[in-house]
Write a protein that binds this ligand. Structure first.
Ligand SMILES: C[S@@+](CC[C@H](N)C(=O)[O-])C[C@H]1O[C@@H](n2cnc3c(N)ncnc32)[C@H](O)[C@@H]1O
Length: 297
């Protein structure tokens, strides 16, 4: 089998959705600045499940919302040279990073393409579909999840990892609570990356979405893990004010946020300084669902 066997539909859209534009224009530079924080932190959650993913040598695997491609490359090693992996993301800058990293290593069975998973994915071609913290951003989650199912062959398996409740994810919620002491919540018309990191936190709701999207054998497993929030206190403050729920409040408040930056940073510094540290920097608790399912038809 070679990578040329796989058929990919033309997925260019006449125009990117507002969310895809937001990823490309606003979030990409911020995520790139904090790549050192994000990839390591997110990996804690995928490392917990990678050793037992339902993936075999020779499989074709799809990584949706693959970002900088580290999980796609990991899948590439699992499926071996007889298998292949396609990583799909809607953000050009992340894909550029993924392709640059791929060029540095000996993996010929992985490739990356641009696409919006809510619009279209290659159909019926994969044994396994995966997404690490990518599906929560689907504005129409059932459409995106259904496209992932339709990408699978009959009997194919999928695993996606999403954040659980804000209360169990202080690494994201603590800073938001602090910033909201100084600034108003974002308005209804705020630009955003989609529904946001906690949109798939509620098990019954997501189970229903998965059922409507056509999956069977749906299982939820809770994974708790520490995540890195910064090399030091200032790095963590910068991270929180750039990305995630606190970053959204800060960004949307515009000039008011800048006027109150000193007070906000001081309050964040006090709270972040109380957190645990490991060799990589400051760590806080986080909690995810690892959701697995099967395409029955
Ligand atoms: C939090 S990042 C996770 C990236 C990567 N999976 C990781 O764990 O490092 C979410 C990713 O989903 C991508 N994304 C969001 N909505 C998407 C969509 N509709 N189609 C494809 N990718 C999407 C973003 O561009 C971003 O790379």
């Amino acid at each position: 089998m070679s990578t040329t066997d796989i058929e990919l539909p033309r997925m260019d859209q006449p125009q990117d959705s507002e969310f895809v534009q937001f990823w490309n224009e606003v979030l990409a530079p911020k995520f790139t600045r904090f790549r050192h924080v994000l990839v390591g932190g997110l990996s804690y959650h995928s490392e917990a499940v990678f050793p037992r993913l339902p993936v075999r040598a020779g499989d074709r695997a799809l990584d949706v919302g693959c970002g900088w491609g580290d999980t796609a490359m990991k899948l590439g090693r699992l499926v071996g040279h007889e298998g292949e992996v396609v990583g799909i993301d809607c953000c050009d800058a992340f894909l550029e990073g993924a392709r640059a990293d791929l060029a540095q290593i000996e993996l010929k069975n992985v490739r990356f393409m641009r696409g919006d998973a809510e619009i279209a994915l290659p159909e019926g071609q994969f044994d396994f579909a995966f997404a690490r913290f990518g599906t929560m951003f689907f504005a129409n989650p059932v459409a995106g999840l259904r496209n992932m199912r339709k990408a699978l062959r009959p009997g194919g398996r999928m695993v996606h990892i999403v954040w659980r409740d804000p209360a169990d994810n202080p690494w994201l919620s603590m800073a938001k609570d602090i910033v909201l002491r100084f600034l108003p919540p974002p308005g209804e018309d705020a630009r955003s990356c989609g529904p946001g990191p906690f949109s798939m936190a509620d098990e019954p709701t997501v189970r229903k979405m998965m059922e409507i999207a056509g999956y069977s054998d749906i299982e939820f497993e809770r994974v708790d893990a520490p995540v890195r929030v910064g090399d030091d206190v200032q790095d963590a403050i910068n991270f929180q004010l750039a990305i995630g729920p606190a970053g959204e409040v800060f960004r949307e408040a515009g000039e008011l946020a800048e006027a109150k930056r000193g007070e906000i940073e001081a309050a964040l510094a006090e709270a972040i300084d109380r957190q645990a540290r490991d060799a990589d920097g400051i760590v806080m608790d986080s909690s995810s669902w690892v959701i697995s399912a099967r395409n029955p038809s």
